[in-house]
Design a protein around this ligand. Structure first.
Ligand SMILES: Cc1ncc(COP(=O)(O)O)c(C=O)c1O
Length: 388
């Protein structure tokens, strides 16, 4: 049966051939180590699991979620307190916060809530591929703004053609950035507010890596910039800071008109997040801050190991200060897919080829630090042998 036209516009997975090789090797029993996906292997903190078990046993929570599409007020209040504590941001839990089924859901609903068919939506190249898919499914036209290493992977607003900026009604941004690991500065975010205000562009600042920062970098929220709430929302998520990717719990905060519009989309799409998961999320936000410190220590250690290994084999670069990814330049004369294929064939290690994130991602591969220390050490040993 034919699928809808809008789905055909979503680019196919670029590296089918490599993916098939990996599947074949695994089927033949080859021990493949994947550093291609950002999905923490450490467990969710125990108090969160306990709270889920408690709340799941309460029949009151077996019914449709409370306040359905918005999320329970208690969860929204916990989010609001978290933002005040961690980022110095005040948000009204009644009107400026909504619970999400992960921040990815927020990306999708943001487009449906804001963008009319045919309107231009800005995103970065390289960038998180789900933005393009959300824009296309929502009927918008993606426009990619290049981000370059020499600019710290921050878009240069002056380089966006005026007619494009005038046409655009929305923009996706994400710092700490997947895939480059770059972080934003307050100055850049202030420029973003000005740019968005000048062209009436609604900003979707996707911030699920806000807590994953290194080398003295401080967690930063777009909403801490004066005027940000007038021009956009921020998405965040419990996935990365609390090892909860599978739980599907996130939040959107900020501009109340956009929050109300997203709420309307959700009201007509899903019926919100299971109450028991929201209760567990409150425990994560209120009691599990130490998990973040513990995970940062683990990522710091792994990051050091990968950087040392790469330096040893002659790949030198300055890493970004955020996320659990490393954006690694490929050796001279190779494309990102050639290097990814080389690492797979010679070391049975899988990394994400930069070209999957856009044309400006060419020349890089992305290493993820979300495998156990042992597996990472084994992967680095194999890479050392393959490249020496
Ligand atoms: C930039 C970015 N946004 C959103 C997500 C999705 O996160 P969530 O689990 O909150 O849906 C990811 C996941 O990798 C991501 O990298």
């Amino acid at each position: 049966m034919r699928a809808a036209e809008r789905l055909r516009k979503i680019p196919p997975y670029l590296f089918m051939e490599l993916r098939q090789k990996i599947a074949r090797a695994r089927a033949e029993g080859v021990d493949v180590i994947s550093l291609a996906i950002g999905d923490p292997v450490e467990p969710t903190p125990e108090p969160v699991v306990e709270e889920l078990a408690r709340a799941a046993r309460d029949p009151a929570n077996h019914r449709y979620p409370t306040d359905e599409e918005k999320g329970m007020l208690a969860f929204r209040e916990a989010v609001s307190r978290w933002y005040a504590r961690r980022y110095g941001v005040e948000v009204d839990p009644a009107t400026e916060v909504i619970a999400l089924i992960g921040s990815k859901e927020g990306c999708h609903h943001f487009v449906l809530a804001r963008v009319n068919p045919g309107e231009t939506v800005l995103m970065t190249d390289p960038g998180y591929p789900a933005y393009r898919a959300s824009i296309l499914i929502g009927g918008g036209e993606p426009y990619s703004v290049p981000i370059r290493s020499e600019d710290g992977y921050l878009p240069q607003f002056a380089d966006i053609p005026t007619e494009v900026a005038k046409r655009a009604t929305a923009m996706f941004l994400n710092y700490p950035n997947n895939p480059t690991g770059a972080t934003a500065t307050r100055r850049f975010l202030a420029e973003l507010v000005d740019f968005a205000r000048s062209y009436d562009i609604a900003v979707c600042y996707d911030n699920p890596y806000s807590e994953i920062v290194f080398d003295g970098e401080r967690p930063l929220s777009f909403l801490s910039i004066p005027g940000a709430k007038d021009v956009g929302i921020e998405l965040n998520s419990l996935s990365k800071p609390f090892n909860m990717t599978g739980w599907r719990l996130g939040m959107a905060l900020g501009n109340r008109d956009l929050i109300a519009a997203i709420s309307k989309v959700k009201e007509n799409t899903d019926s919100g997040v299971f109450n028991a998961i929201q209760y567990a999320g409150i425990v994560a936000l209120e009691q599990c801050g130490d998990n973040i410190a513990r995970m940062l220590e683990i990522y710091r250690r792994r990051r050091k190991l990968v950087l040392e290994t790469l330096t040893e084999v002659g790949i030198r670069f300055t890493p970004g200060r955020g996320t659990f990814y490393l954006w690694v330049p490929v050796p001279e004369g190779m494309t990102s897919i050639e290097f990814a294929t080389f690492l797979f064939e010679k070391a049975h290690v899988v990394v994400a080829a930069g070209a999957a994130y856009g044309q400006y991602g060419e020349g890089y591969v992305r290493f993820s630090l979300t495998v156990t220390d042992d597996r990472l050490a084994e992967a680095m040993e194999r890479i050392r042998k393959a490249l020496k």
